[in-house]
Design a protein around this ligand. Structure first.
Ligand SMILES: [Cu+2]
Length: 150
């Protein structure tokens, strides 16, 4: 009983701004087994800036087991993956200037990190977004659901 009361007090005390701030930063690890360490994540369109950090937690070089992280609408995923394959390794498997891409990290290998920042206003709350890797053959395993709240 005391426990429930204490939790309710904490929830009430935490301002909505504090909760929203929690959804402005996202960190995702990517390993040598072609996996992200998250299958879903939530960010808020109300964030002034959303920061996403991709960490290569494996050991392999990016030419063998490179990873990136693209944020886009779920419905555009297949197109972006195909365009990325066409762009090739020198472009990090991302078609430069693609209007379908909300944000994209560079291609990294094990031990490397890349951080991207973009305004939350680039996302629409309630739409179906995804985060995924465009290294050839990876996106079937390396994709997650990105929920966007207000
Ligand atoms: Cu990958």
């Amino acid at each position: 009983m005391m426990k429930h009361f204490a939790l309710a007090a904490v929830l009430t005390a935490g301002s909505s701004a504090a909760w929203a701030a929690d959804n402005c930063k996202l960190e995702v690890g990517a390993n040598d087994q072609m996996q992200y360490d998250k299958k879903e994540a939530t960010v808020s369109a109300g964030c002034k800036e959303i920061t996403i950090t991709l960490k290569g937690t494996g050991k392999l070089d990016k030419t063998a087991m490179g990873h990136n992280l693209i944020v886009a609408l779920e419905k555009d995923k297949n197109t972006i993956v195909a365009e990325g394959a066409g762009a090739g390794p020198a472009a990090g498997f991302v078609k430069a200037g693609s209007p379908l891409i909300v944000a994209a990290t560079k291609l990294i290998g094990g031990g490397e990190t890349d951080t991207i920042k973009f305004p939350g206003s680039k996302l629409k709350a309630g739409e179906a977004y995804s985060f995924f890797c465009t290294f050839p053959g990876h996106f079937a395993l390396m994709n997650g659901k990105l929920t966007v709240t207000k």
